[in-house]
Write a protein that binds this ligand. Structure first.
Ligand SMILES: [Zn+2]
Length: 404
């Protein structure tokens, strides 16, 4: 039987959707200084809505950049306290001409809403708020448990503000568990619980050859070429079987538990559909033995991963910089960085720039789905959504929300 709160949510679906679109129209891009006012506008919009639906102590908590949004309702005596997290900032929108519809004019196509932030993370944030509204509106202004809400506006730029806030151990965080809605459903209609995060580190490698630009006709072949050195460094990171060559990279990896493997194998996963529709590539790659190519989704959920990417569009690196991300559940990111430093090219001197190499805040959060919370959550989803699916244990790449 549908609960009154779910019935309320269904009845109010058109309004909820229209309100979400208003939030999506706010260009709260945290990487661009010119959008700082928009970020504040988004924060104020969320705080006002939390207050309107009956949450208490709704307010902005100032940080050095974009404010946090906080609210609570703590009158369910003897009941546990949930801390709900999401973020209201979004990524930049370049390249603009590749959008089928403008990024801040929400458009509905094939049952989806297309707008910057619709899936990361304003849609999820709004779902949390509307769930609270539905519960309060049908529960006489009360919630069945105690709830704190904390939204941030710097998730896409490193999350300094919330990191400092969390480190100060404020009373606003006192809770029994955190519910982080910054992930996705595995498939439409399939509730998903992500119970672990892979760690993530960044390092920036700057390669220098000669002391100044040189004419290739006179010096080519003799003077060291930074691009060649960079290519050599990158080529040393992985072998042709996808095995990562950084010394120590595989140390301390926590293998998935039998329960996790069982849960993963029960997911509706179609490798060809994944390759064609989601990845859009001619083939899939991965480490042998853990590949999606063997219909084993562990490749992307659990297996070690290393990838390289250049910097552009709102990222802060300039010039010849090349960033290297390395991740593996259970790895110590500091050790990986040390190993990376050991991969030296022959021809050029290299130096690391800045102190962003080792960001301990993006540590792995290994979890095998053993917490006593999960069976209750599973039952709750089945009761609330009337679906036979339960919650699944996925591990995905590390995110700022791991700090909670
Ligand atoms: Zn996000």
């Amino acid at each position: 039987m549908t609960s009154p709160a779910v019935a309320y949510a269904r009845q109010n679906h058109p309004r909820f959707l229209s309100e979400l679109k208003d939030l999506l129209r706010i260009p709260s891009i945290s990487t661009l200084p010119e959008n700082q006012g928009d970020c504040r506008h988004a924060a104020e919009t969320l705080a006002a809505e939390l207050k309107r639906i009956g949450m208490e102590n709704a307010r902005l908590i100032e940080t050095e950049q974009n404010p946090l949004v906080y609210a609570d309702w703590l009158h369910a005596s003897g009941k546990p306290t949930a801390l709900c997290y999401g973020h209201y900032d979004v990524q930049p929108v370049d390249p603009l001409d590749e959008w089928l519809s403008p990024p801040f004019e929400p458009a509905e196509r094939d049952g989806n809403i297309y707008a910057r932030g619709s899936a990361d993370d304003k849609g999820q944030v709004w779902a949390q708020i509307k769930a609270l509204e539905s519960l309060m509106a049908t529960g006489g202004g009360k919630l069945p448990l105690n709830v704190r809400v904390l939204f941030e506006g710097e998730e896409e730029v490193g999350g300094e503000g919330i990191a400092n806030f969390v480190a100060s151990k404020p009373p606003e965080l006192k809770s029994d568990f955190a519910l982080i809605s910054d992930t996705e459903l595995f498939a439409p209609g399939l509730p998903t619980l992500c119970v672990g995060l892979r760690g993530m580190i960044y390092t920036e490698i700057e390669v220098r050859g000669a002391k100044t630009d040189l004419h290739s006709g006179m010096y080519g072949g003799a003077a060291p070429n930074p691009f060649v050195a960079l290519a050599q460094i990158v080529a040393k990171l992985k072998d042709e079987n996808g095995h990562i060559l950084i010394p120590g990279f595989y140390d301390g990896i926590i293998p998935p538990s039998p329960e996790e493997l069982k849960a993963w194998s029960s997911l509706p996963f179609d490798e060809e559909e994944y390759r064609i529709r989601e990845v859009g590539s001619k083939q899939l790659v991965g480490e042998q033995g853990y590949s999606v190519g063997t219909a084993d989704p562990r490749c992307s959920w659990h297996a070690r991963r290393l990838y390289r990417r250049g910097r552009k569009n709102g990222d802060s690196g300039q010039g010849l910089g090349q960033s290297v991300d390395a991740a593996g559940p259970g790895n110590d990111s500091g050790e990986i960085v040390c190993a990376l430093q050991g991969l030296r090219g022959k021809d050029c001197a290299r130096r690391r720039r800045g102190d962003r190499t080792h960001d301990p805040r993006r540590r792995p959060l290994p979890d095998s789905g053993q917490q006593p919370l999960y069976p209750g959550g599973n039952a709750g989803v089945e009761r609330g959504l009337g679906t036979r699916y339960g919650l699944y244990s996925l591990r995905r790449v590390g995110s700022d929300c791991g700090r909670l």
